[in-house]
Design a protein around this ligand. Structure first.
Ligand code: ADP
Length: 476
């Protein structure tokens, strides 16, 4: 089966967030399911530079204000069709923002071009290729389903990675899009009198996905839906959540070159060498007691303001903390001041550092993720794989990937971590207390670690779910 994936980001060429990881990792995993993915992406300088064995695919005399060439080739093992449209995409740096840090003024045209070219390619503008499914990611590609819906084309999937970015433009943009007038309506791109790209994609796609089942439910509610909850609720019968995978080669405790001692579920005792290294790196008093770990953006979304205010309590439970992160100044200051109040008990490194993030997963006993919302979340998946027990807010992908160690789950032998909700100081402190109590029972704790390490957090599982979705669509 042939699937055309349309997105503005593709790892490792263009990445500003998790979207790039998904579009970059899924093709290889889907190949194992008999699905051939071609990626259509804007011809940003980094994409054009990476393209090998390139050949012309289609020429546009005019694609939103200038001539453009679709060029097909390979890049980092991926089958890529680049939209070589210098007037739109030959700009260095961030794909969305100019040097002044503001959105490019022609983003409406730039990403309409991505979607139009995607719909054209999927529909067979070059007779050598036709896709059975067009899979569009986030607002930048979200007009793809609108074009195929109103102008004809294959079945479409719209995936939401971040509902906060919706691509909203003034109504005057509509006349540029080459869509029939009826597309400017409630079941098209019209959104409170303006043009909404993501809104249009969600209204017209044959299937909608997001990155976890719980987040799929949450975005149907006003609290999480950012204004699109009504539409999503109405279309909930075609909406489903598919949890992201992680790169299990990069994140493999048995072969991780960034940590002092590699280990597996069978050799968990070797983790202690990593714990010693972690203590040294974070200037913590050495000892066998519980060490909590945090690797996070220090932001409101991540619940880090509440966490920072709970640090005296964390120390009072007898535990220590190793925290790595950067973010809001107030939160950075609060965690730093806590480390001054509790030398040897709270270690803080402000910064972004891949090596230290691996050391925390390999040496800490828990990974804390108190997010207010979390579409999927990666750190808890790394934690599971590293026997670093996740203590997480019960929201989004955190809820779907961690099984709370309540009495029933412990008895059934399925628990992998701790959940708490809502995110506030009292529930967080209660969860820290539960983790500390469980840690004092070594057998119980090792059970959590081993079950976590047993979970399948690879892309293979996600790919199987996407493959099933594509097949169901084509059959329908
Ligand atoms: P989000 O994308 O919302 O920040 P995720 O959990 O999906 O949250 O992904 C965060 C990724 O960034 C993880 O791979 C995590 O390890 C990494 N990360 C976050 N902060 C840091 C940091 N300070 N140093 C190293 N890695 C970090």
């Amino acid at each position: 089966m042939k699937v055309l994936s349309a997105a503005s980001e593709l790892f490792p060429m263009v990445k500003t967030g998790g979207l790039a990881d998904v579009t970059g990792a899924l093709p290889a995993a889907l190949a194992g399911q008999g699905i051939a993915v071609t990626n259509i992406v804007p011809g940003y300088p980094a994409v054009m530079a990476a393209l090998e064995k390139a050949s012309p695919f289609h020429a546009y005399k005019d694609l939103f204000g200038g001539a453009a060439q679709l060029t097909r080739g390979t890049a980092h093992g991926l089958d890529v069709i680049a939209i070589d449209a210098p007037h739109l995409f030959d700009r260095p740096g961030n794909p969305y923002l100019g040097k002044d840090g503001k959105d490019w003024p022609d983003n409406a045209q730039r990403f309409a071009a991505l979607a139009k070219a995607a719909a054209d390619v999927a529909g067979g503008i070059n007779k050598a290729y036709r896709a059975e499914v067009l899979h569009c990611h986030d607002w930048q590609a979200a007009l793809g389903p609108v074009y195929t819906h109103f102008l004809g084309g294959p079945k479409s999937v719209m995936t939401v990675h971040n509902i906060a970015f919706q691509g909203q433009f003034p109504a005057s943009v509509f006349s540029l899009l080459g869509l029939p007038q009826q597309a400017f309506a409630i079941d098209g791109v019209e959104y409170y009198g303006n043009v909404g790209y993501l809104k249009g994609g969600l209204a017209t796609a044959d299937a909608i996905t997001t990155v976890s089942p719980t987040y799929a439910q949450e975005i149907c509610t006003p609290e999480y839906g950012m204004g699109l909850d009504g539409l999503l609720h109405a279309r909930r019968h075609v909406l489903r959540g598919i949890v992201n995978g992680i790169d299990t080669a990069v994140w493999d405790p048995a072969a991780d070159g960034r940590i002092p001692a590699t280990y597996s579920a069978k050799t968990l005792r070797k983790r202690v060498a990593n714990k010693r290294a972690l203590e040294a790196r974070f200037k913590l008093e050495p000892g066998d007691g519980l060490i909590h770990g945090v690797v996070s953006r220090l932001t409101w979304q991540k619940g880090m303001d509440i966490f920072a205010a709970s640090l005296d309590q964390l120390v009072a439970t007898g535990a220590r903390l190793a925290l790595l992160g950067t973010g809001e100044t107030a939160v950075e200051n609060a965690v730093f001041e806590a480390s001054m109040r509790h030398p040897g008990r709270i270690g803080v490194i402000i910064g972004y550092d891949e090596d230290i993030s691996h050391l925390i997963q390999a040496g800490a006993d828990t990974i804390l993720v108190p997010s207010r919302f979390e579409p999927c979340g990666l750190t808890q998946l790394y934690g599971l794989r590293y026997g670093c027990v996740p203590v997480v807010a019960r929201t989004g992908g955190l809820n779907d990937t961690v099984i709370d160690a309540n009495d029933a789950a412990l008895q059934a032998g399925v628990a992998t971590g701790f959940q708490f909700a809502p995110v506030d100081a009292a529930t967080l402190e209660h969860a820290l207390g539960r983790a500390a109590e469980c840690y004092s029972n070594a057998k119980l704790w090792q059970g959590l670690q081993k079950r976590g390490m047993d979970q399948d957090v690879s892309w293979a599982r996600s790919a199987a779910a996407y493959a099933q979705l594509y097949r169901a669509l084509v059959k329908a």
